[in-house]
Write a protein that binds this ligand. Structure first.
Ligand code: SF4
Length: 1538
């Protein structure tokens, strides 16, 4: 129950009534990020769980917030048609664009509460324009009025079953509060019977655009027509010609000259709107609601209000003298002002005895009642209409009054109705206005259409339209591309004197202004032609440049230079003529003219600016931003389809059309805008920018965009109707990945449209049901084929269903099926979602194996099955024996309250199958990752029970099961890494390669991945995952020439996702390469004299080297050893060359590395047990994390400053598995010093010991770090020394000061300059905000030195000579590449790729760490830590590609949005960190870190690093060696739940 408090504004009062009277309130807002004048009240009622007075059971009203530009009234339909009472709170500025919906709301009890805009001086044209919509219209003015009329509006809607529009003058500022209306009034006024009957009415249509024939009806018994007063009073004989006659008469008396040119069209339609002229239906028990019914309802409701509140209202309200001779009819926001002025008038005042009348109910127009509302003495009526911009000669209200008063047989008002345009009036001008009105009214020949008051009013701040911040992405591109040539016609906030801001932002206004602008320029051209002939300049220079300009004036590009030359010459000339021309200097540019629109334009194209522009054929460009997220769209009713502006425009045949999405392809947006600008005719660029709220993160927008583009909801294309005339294509589909699917869709669509044409009764939803049916048939077919296969077997049947995300449940199910078959059972195994659910009741023995996803959810391939089983009411498993085995991790969610998620799907399924009468043959089995052998422990007990129950446990002579295929098998059978890669590449039926080839291609430097952002959606669409490949280059020491860099940039643009990734191991990585582009990419890399051989796989990978050339000669000498080691340990197989480089004709193609023989002297046919990584660090910078690699080499200087050799660390490594304590990160153990000439041999021998002793059975235990711990450091070292034939020397002295990069310029001893650029997380890309990629390319074009990649994913522009320096610096400034003014935390941060491409990612990393840092930065600023370096790293999974275990603060992904947090790493990368908290989300991360940073700022010792501080303060224990990583963690683990 809503407590009766106070309300301060009309909007507040109205919102409260709307909430209390509705099931659904649509709150229309300028932006979703800010409250509207209604929404604060709505939110507060919702927050206090206030119920509405019409609520069903315990349901609370639903508040739907919708942007004003998102066609808000569309949202009314679904709830309204499903029997809900819906109200809308909005402003009058949405009405015109909602016209297409209004008439559809006539026969549903929807209430639209509309506050008039602008608040200071509303324009009632917004109301008169929609007066024919069929809605009942009620108006109010003051706060009290607005509250009462809000109640009346809802009561009317309920009683009549019709849509009601309540319009009221809004509140510019809160006024004196009034008591909020009590619920007793609402209960009294609302007809409960009608409410119930509306809710249960059956047969409502669901389609929006079909006429479902629903009419508002009343069930009252109707007396005979003759007894209905209104019917008898209806001026049914008044015709259009009568009205024309009246108007002619009027015109004759006032302005004879204009009569013949006036078509009384508006008058005629106005007459038709006289609702009481409607034919009365014959009396039946149910009949349509008539205007007379509405009149009666309104009177009843007003009476109820009077009884409850003592406030009285009438349909027409008259005040003033009862013997008044003249009356003023006011239609606007100042009726009260007029009333008061007359009431206070002194006796002699000209208007003292004038009456005021207004219509409380504006539609239906009860004109026949009006004469009865006026005193008989009134002979003259002034009609004041507050309409700012008149479009017809006679005002709509004037015509309404004229019709009814003149038609009144006893009318004394002949020739005495005078229309006025009512402007802005306030208390200081009201008297003068009234005098003017009355004097004119009393004149012998009153002037019609006199203006009263000013047509402009003080600006109202609340009328400001906001452009959502996110939408500026496209504006920036337009600005960037067209610079001074850009002209935005209807940009919000543009200066359009005298025009309301909502109008100036409308398409129609923009279009009109563009046409005017084009005409103006045309005239300007003519003027220049004249001027050139006249020779009136001071010199003849301007004439010459103007002549030149005239030649290119209409060329968008050439006119820029010519315009600039002209402007310069005119300025220099100084003559009057020059000054005059300069006033219009913008016209010298051939403008790129754009109209900016929203997706709301799509709803009624025929009436919108889009249509006008297209049909005009003018050279106008439209940028239409669609912001509806794909997910929202997908979730919405399919029938609510917006019209496709693209197709609409293409059908016109004269327009350029492009569909673009900045978060999918930035380059395509550029192309489309440039094309549109060049196109001589209308252009439509549909731009996608999906967001729910204005403050949505770019990541959310990016993910929504990708889903929409990938699934084909938002295809990227460009259409030029004249493309073929120029030998190009008309249609370019730019979203390549869906090309085939789109083709298939188009074919299907064609087929369906034929079908629909033949059988119009089929709905447009046929497409949906078609897809569903196909999927169903596929399931059926798969099951039938299985059954066929089983026909030969004689044992009892066993059906095994699995749901699995990671593959464990699937593998168990398949193994169980193999074993079942071996025991003679008729066994089938399939994923739950592939199983036809209707067969379930016929099963005999059913086994379900299900793993746990997310927060206790079913895995993706079991969700539909579970929904069906859970919700079905007709599945009876009385004849089915079942058992369920679940897989989970009892420690995955450490908090007690989250324990319920442990094995939840398994438990739920077991219970449900039992509830629907299934017989449990074996109790639920629960596999737990925490058990000694993980889930296998429980499984080993559970499986024999199944065989026992089925009577097949003691079968003699069971054949041995084939062992599973391991990576070792794949390697040894691969013929030196060939496998069937070539065949897989040739297979065009899939974007993937086989699983075993996917293992082998890693050795060639490429991983198969799929786009995780769209995985679920594609699956739901029945598509294979969006496969693509990551390619990693081999680049020892991370050094590339500018030429090589440009080639990398080209490859990224041509074959990958237009970005370049600099990795944590100093190389270039490409993402999103499609299978068909894989070979071409590899060849292009080869042409850049690089390769990808051994960049991944179980071999020695890219060898790293500190890249900062502080001591240039020493760095150079050391770097040469990284190259030498890399080449020394390169695999020798020629498979790489064969598969990727050699073409059919050219056997001589050469790879950068020299791999020509099929013999692996170092590796042998099975290569290494796992990857092998080597890095070199040059003290004092540990910028390659020397402790984190299998082999870490610390470069040691000789006495002469040259390279003496290296201290060798062995056994570092990062990857672990969550909750598996047998896995841990490890820092390398010091073996000792080796001279430089033998270092490649030392690396080789260390590798050989690992090759022969590493664990080849368990890949989680196969890295060198485990071999060395299992064997003992000294033993390992001894074996290496045996192979080397010499001992490691004592390690030499060295000192590290940090493991981060040194940003900014440095100058080396050879006077060359080097700049370390900050490239956040190594991603080089262009965005609308920052053209970083373009900038680096521009530098590469002129740079003569090198680019060096760092181990922290940044880049050094290296070896810049002093001569080169100014140009490079200029470019850096131009492209903002010299910005290193970030916080110390950001500069010291690093994240791995993770989503969307990494298949192992459990959480975001590269896309999220920058966001998290931003949220921490204010706290760092406050604490005075802005410049303090704190090493923070994040990875999406515990594989640890960004080496998180060495950071002072680290986050490792556990599940989407949840991370394990680690603290206490050594600042120099020398000490591992330790687990501080498990599975925490952003909120908790901030809660922990903010106070900790503050403490650090206050309590640290001089120079103490954060990692050391948290240990000293006892926040975390130090990790002294890898084996102790899991000990003494900060968070005590909870006991198992059971
Ligand atoms: S750490 Fe994990 S999520 Fe990140 S890139 Fe490496 S494997 Fe992928």
């Amino acid at each position: 129950m809503a407590s009766v408090g106070v309300v301060r504004t009309a909007e507040e009062a109205v919102a409260r009534v709307a909430y209390l009277s509705s099931d659904v309130v649509i709150s229309v807002q300028q932006t979703l990020g800010q409250q509207s004048k209604y929404s604060a009240q709505l939110s507060s009622l919702s927050a206090t769980k206030t119920k509405s007075v019409i609520a069903q059971a315990d349901e609370l009203p639903e508040i739907q917030k919708i942007r004003h530009s998102a066609d808000p009234l569309l949202s009314v339909h679904d709830p309204a048609r499903s029997g809900k009472f819906v109200s809308v709170t909005t402003t009058s500025s949405t009405l015109i664009s909602s016209i297409p919906h209004l008439y559809k709301l006539t026969n549903v009890p929807v209430v639209l509460h509309v506050s008039m805009q602008s608040e200071e001086f509303p324009d009632y044209a917004d109301i008169t324009s929609i007066r024919q919509s069929g809605l009942i219209m009620v108006q109010s003015e003051s706060l009290v009025d607005a509250q009462d009329m809000a109640v009346a509006a809802h009561a009317l809607a309920i009683r009549s079953g019709k849509g009601v529009l309540h319009f009221f003058a809004g509140s510019a500022a809160p006024g004196s509060p009034i008591l909020a209306v009590g619920e007793e009034l609402l209960n009294e006024a609302y007809d409960k019977v009608k409410i119930r009957s509306y809710r249960v009415r059956e047969g409502r249509a669901t389609a929006l655009y079909s006429d479902d024939g629903v009419k508002a009806e009343t069930a009252e018994l109707v007396p005979s027509a003759s007894s209905t007063p209104a019917a008898t009073e209806t001026p049914a004989t008044t015709t259009a010609s009568t009205l024309a006659g009246i108007l002619n008469g009027l015109s004759n008396s006032t302005n004879p000259s204009s009569v013949s040119s006036e078509t009384p069209h508006s008058g005629a339609s106005s007459r038709l709107s006289v609702s009481s002229a409607s034919t009365i239906e014959p009396p039946t028990t149910t009949r349509s609601v008539t205007p007379d019914d509405i009149y009666k309802y309104a009177e009843d409701i007003f009476e109820t209000i009077r009884i409850t509140t003592s406030r009285s209202y009438k349909i027409f309200e008259y005040s003033g003298a009862l013997d008044a001779k003249a009356a003023v009819f006011v239609f606007g926001s100042t009726t009260d002002l007029f009333r008061k002025a007359i009431a206070q008038a002194e006796a002699g005042e000209v208007y003292a005895k004038v009456g005021i009348i207004s219509a409380r109910v504006y539609r239906p127009w009860f004109g026949t009642r009006l004469p009865h509302a006026l005193p008989k003495s009134v002979t003259k009526v002034a009609v004041l209409e507050q309409i700012k911009r008149k479009t017809t000669r006679w005002g709509p209200l004037f015509l309404d009054l004229l019709t009814c008063l003149k038609a009144e047989p006893s009318s004394t008002l002949s020739k005495s109705i005078v229309g006025y345009q009512l402007g802005y009036i306030n208390v200081t001008t009201i008297q003068q206005a009234l005098r003017g009105v009355v004097q004119n009214l009393r004149a012998e020949s009153p002037v019609q259409n006199l203006q009263v008051g000013s047509l402009t009013a003080p600006a109202s701040p609340s009328a400001d339209l906001a452009q959502p911040e996110v939408e500026t992405a496209y504006m920036r591109i337009l600005n960037e591309l067209f610079k001074e040539r850009l002209h935005l016609a209807n940009q919000i906030h543009s200066k359009n004197a005298g025009v309301a801001i909502d109008i100036s932002a409308s398409p129609e206004f923009g279009y009109g202004s563009l046409i005017a602008r084009q005409e103006k320029r045309q005239a300007f051209l003519g003027k220049i032609e004249e001027v050139v002939k006249r020779s009136e300049f001071s010199t003849d220079v301007p004439e010459q440049s103007l002549s030149k300009w005239l030649f290119v004036a209409n060329d968008p590009t050439k006119s820029v230079a010519a315009a600039e030359a002209v402007i310069k010459d005119l300025k220099a000339d100084g003559s009057d003529l020059a000054a005059e021309l300069l006033k219009d200097k913008s016209l010298f540019y051939k403008e790129s003219q754009w109209l900016i629109g929203s997706d709301a334009w799509a709803f009624d194209l025929g009436n919108s600016g889009v249509h006008h522009v297209l049909s005009s054929g003018k050279n106008v460009n439209m940028l239409i931003i669609d912001s509806q997220p794909y997910s929202e769209k997908a979730a919405a009713d399919a029938a609510r389809r917006k019209k496709d502006i693209g197709l609409y425009a293409m059908n016109f045949g004269n327009a350029y059309v492009a569909s673009v999405a900045v978060y999918s392809s930035y380059t395509q947006v550029l192309h489309a805008m440039i094309d549109a600008d060049k196109f001589d005719g209308p252009s439509v660029v549909l731009a996608y920018l999906p967001y729910n709220k204005e403050d949505d993160s770019p990541l959310t927008i990016l993910q929504e965009t990708k889903k929409a583009v990938d699934i084909g909801y938002w295809p990227l294309y460009r259409w030029d109707p004249y493309g073929e005339d120029r030998g190009d294509l008309n249609f370019n589909l730019d979203s390549e990945r869906i090309k085939d699917e789109l083709k298939a869709f188009l074919k299907r669509d064609n087929h369906l449209s034929h079908l629909v044409r033949r059988h119009p009764e089929f709905s447009a939803n046929l497409a949906n049901s078609y897809g569903t049916e196909v999927r169903h048939q596929q399931k059926r077919k798969a099951k039938d084929s299985f059954n066929k296969l089983l026909e030969g077997l004689s044992g009892p049947p066993l059906t095994i269903l699995y749901a699995s995300d990671g593959g464990n449940a699937e593998n168990l199910a398949k193994r169980l099926a193999r074993r079942g078959k071996a025991r003679g059972l008729k066994t089938i195994a399939m994923s739950m979602d592939d199983y036809p659910i209707e067969d379930l009741i016929n099963e005999e023995n059913l086994v379900c194996i299900v793993s746990t996803a997310g927060q206790g959810e079913f895995p993706q391939n079991g969700r539909s099955f579970w929904e069906a089983v859970k919700n079905s009411t007709d599945i009876d498993l009385a004849n089915v024996n079942f058992s369920v085995f679940g897989l989970g991790d009892s420690h995955y969610w450490p908090r007690k309250e989250d324990k319920i998620y442990y094995n939840k799907p398994g438990k739920d399924l077991d219970k449900r199958l039992h509830d629907i009468s299934g017989k449990r043959m074996v109790d639920l089995g629960l596999g737990n990752d925490q058990d000694p052998d993980a889930y296998q422990t429980a499984y080993a007990e559970w499986e024999p029970k199944v065989w026992r129950v089925l009577g097949v446990d003691n079968i003699e002579g069971l054949a041995d099961e084939p062992p599973p295929i391991t990576n070792e098998d794949i390697k040894s059978a691969s013929n030196f890494l060939r496998g069937t890669i070539l065949e897989g590449l040739a297979d065009e039926s899939t974007g993937a390669i086989s699983a075993s080839d996917a293992q082998l291609t890693k050795f060639h430097g490429t991983y198969m991945q799929d786009d995780r952002d769209v995985r679920d959606d594609r699956k739901a669409q029945g598509l294979e995952p969006a496969y693509s490949f990551m390619i990693r280059c081999r680049l020892p020491g991370g050094v590339a020439t500018p030429e090589q860099y440009i080639k990398m940039d080209d490859i990224s643009n041509t074959f990958s996702n237009h970005t370049l990734k600099l990795t944590t191991r100093q190389t270039f990585q490409f993402h999103g390469v499609l299978k068909r582009n894989l070979r071409n990419s590899m060849r292009a890399i080869n042409k850049a004299l690089m390769d990808t051989l051994a960049a991944c796989g179980d071999v020695n990978r890219n060898v790293m080297c500190s890249s900062l050339p502080q001591n240039s000669a020493f760095q150079k000498e050391t770097w040469a050893y990284s190259k030498k080691i890399s080449e020394h340990l390169l695999p020798s197989t020629s498979a790489y060359h064969e598969i990727w480089i050699m073409d059919d004709n050219d056997v001589k193609a050469q790879v950068g590395g020299d791999a020509v023989q099929d013999f692996e002297p170092l590796y042998g046919p099975t290569y290494l047990p796992r990857k092998y990584k080597i890095t070199i660090a040059i003290p004092p910078h540990n910028d390659t994390d020397v402790y984190a690699h299998d082999v870490g080499l610390i470069a040691i200087k000789s006495a002469d400053g040259g390279l003496a050799g290296f201290n060798v660390l062995v056994g570092g490594g990062m990857g672990v598995t969550h909750n598996n304590k047998k896995t841990y990160p490890r820092t390398g153990s010091m073996f000792g010093f080796v001279t430089k000439d033998k270092i490649h041999l030392a690396c080789e021998k260390i590798m050989l010991i690992q090759r022969d002793n590493g664990d080849r059975k368990n890949r989680k235990h196969a890295r060198l770090k485990y071999t060395i711990d299992d064997m003992g450091v000294d033993v390992y070292k001894g074996k290496v020394e045996d192979l080397l034939g010499f001992k490691f020397e004592k390690p030499r002295e060295f000192e590290f000061v940090s493991n981060i990069d040194t940003f900014g310029w440095i100058r080396d001893e050879t006077r060359m300059n080097h700049f370390t650029m900050f490239i956040e997380n190594g991603r080089i890309e262009d965005t609308p905000e920052w053209k970083m990629k373009t900038g680096i390319r521009e530098i590469a074009k002129i740079h003569k030195g090198e680019f060096r990649l760092t181990g922290n994913q940044h880049m050094i522009i290296s070896n810049v000579s002093d001569q080169e320096l100014p140009r490079i610096k200029d470019l850096m400034t131009l492209y903002k590449l010299d910005n290193i003014q970030h916080t110390g935390l950001r500069l010291s941060s690093s994240a791995c790729v993770a989503f969307p491409t990494c298949g192992l990612a459990m959480a975001e990393s590269e896309r999220y760490l920058p966001v998290l840092i931003t949220k921490l930065e204010s706290c760092l600023e406050e604490a005075g830590l802005r410049h303090d370096s704190i090493v923070m790293r994040m990875t999406g999974c515990p594989n640890g590609c960004a080496r998180p275990w060495l950071a002072e603060v680290a986050f490792v992904g556990k599940a989407y949005g949840a991370y394990n947090m680690y603290l206490g790493g050594g600042y120099h990368g020398n000490r591992l960190n330790k687990l501080y908290r498990s599975s925490i989300k952003e909120e908790e991360i901030l809660e922990i870190l903010k106070p900790l940073f503050k403490r650090y700022a206050l309590e640290r010792f001089e120079g103490e690093r954060f990692g050391d501080f948290v240990i000293r303060k006892g926040v975390i224990k130090p990790t002294m060696e890898g084996k102790r990583f899991h000990e003494d963690v900060a968070e005590a683990e909870e006991d198992d739940e059971e």
